[in-house]
Design a protein around this ligand. Structure first.
Ligand SMILES: CC(C)(COP(=O)(O)OP(=O)(O)OC[C@H]1O[C@@H](n2cnc3c(N)ncnc32)[C@H](O)[C@@H]1OP(=O)(O)O)[C@@H](O)C(=O)NCCC(=O)NCCS
Length: 329
């Protein structure tokens, strides 16, 4: 698409990779800053891995770039989650190119492409501090659908972080996943989280992709057994610096039928103790604000609010007709 002043919107070509990665890094830097993050999460800071190693990602259809006096003006791209009929969008314009209508045109290109893929929703996740981004989305027909809370716990603060070492009831066992048992983790994770908002069921390849993104090993995932049945797990994500001073809880949950017996709390406290033993000083996690059981559990452990993250949605099927006509082409 040709714009004023010799500006052009176009899809990604092989030669654009370095320029795209540079822009995507700027995007992640901005988002991390707005989240008040000093050590970026490995999970959301490595566009090379996050996009190019994701099996659902096709750079040639899923990235749009702004071409003009330079190739470092801006981009829009998305990751697809077919089970949820959604794409998660990312959009970034270099500050000197904002307020000229380019962002809106990039967004429209992205929406057309997502609709053409047969996906119903386009979602964006923005830190609440990103006021400009949220204003932009609201102006373009998006509305907030969920709020996630980013919580943090100082593990050196013994007042808040109680050093609980609760003995396990006799029927329960706690161990780590065995190397190569990605299938075990997939089965457990899909059962625990199926139906949770924003959870797209995983397969083994995706579990490997996430472990790889986090530079993590399957053996770091704690599993809670009832007899011989795995009933819950806690998946930590270490943010390696000089030593593992920071961590996130990437995933944590119990099978539905084993909840409300105090076992989630036992697993969580055991997980925190593992982190302490590994020298972690601060731990973060993200939770859906409507997930009462989890929010309450974390608050009781002393977690406090760090940032709010808002999910914005557009239902492309009920948006103006041109999107549908693109879909049918
Ligand atoms: C979050 C989860 C792991 C809690 O496990 P659980 O075994 O049910 O929790 P416990 O029985 O150990 O309860 C521990 C504390 O959690 C809170 N809690 C648990 N269930 C709750 C409920 N239904 N309503 C409100 N608070 C609840 C309480 O603070 C409770 O302490 P209390 O009993 O002293 O009040 C479980 O609900 C789960 O697996 N949910 C689905 C996965 C998920 O959402 N994970 C969190 C992702 S961020």
């Amino acid at each position: 698409m040709k714009l004023k002043k010799g500006i052009l919107l176009r899809q990604f070509q092989e030669r654009d990779k370095a320029a795209f990665l540079k822009l995507a890094n700027q995007y992640f830097k901005q988002e991390n800053h707005l989240r008040g993050e000093d050590i970026p999460s490995l999970l959301w800071s490595n566009p090379e891995q996050q996009f190019f190693q994701n099996s659902s990602f096709n750079p040639f259809t899923d990235i749009f770039l702004v071409d003009g006096p330079g190739n470092d003006i801006g981009f829009a791209c998305y990751l697809t989650e077919h089970y949820l009929q959604r794409a998660i969008g990312y959009l970034f314009l270099h500050p000197s190119w904002r307020h000229q209508g380019i962002g809106r045109l990039l967004l429209q290109e992205l929406e057309r492409e997502v609709a053409r893929k047969g996906l119903k929703y386009l979602h964006f996740c923005l830190p609440e501090r990103n006021k400009a981004g949220q204003f932009f989305l609201a102006e373009n027909g998006y509305h907030p659908v969920r709020r996630f809370l980013e919580l943090t716990l100082d593990l050196t603060d013994n007042q808040k972080a109680k050093r609980l070492v609760q003995p396990l009831p006799d029927n329960l066992g706690l161990t780590h996943f065995k190397p190569g048992d990605e299938a075990g983790l997939v089965a457990l994770q899909n059962k625990v989280f199926l139906g949770s908002w924003g959870f797209n069921p995983n397969n083994e390849a995706e579990i490997k992709y996430y472990l790889n993104l986090m530079k993590a090993r399957l053996e770091e995932v704690l599993v809670l057994y009832n007899g011989s049945q795995p009933i819950g797990y806690l998946w930590p994500h270490y943010l390696w610096t000089a030593q593992p001073v920071r961590a996130r809880i990437h995933m944590f949950g119990l099978l539905r039928e084993w909840r409300r017996r105090g076992w989630g709390k036992i697993l969580f406290e055991a997980g925190l103790n593992v982190l302490r033993q590994r020298g972690v000083l601060r731990v973060d996690l993200v939770v859906d604000e409507t997930n009462r059981p989890a929010v309450k559990l974390y608050q009781r452990q002393g977690f406090v609010l760090k940032t709010k993250l808002n999910w914005w949605e557009k239902d492309l099927e009920s948006s103006p007709g041109f999107l549908l006509s693109w879909k049918n082409n």
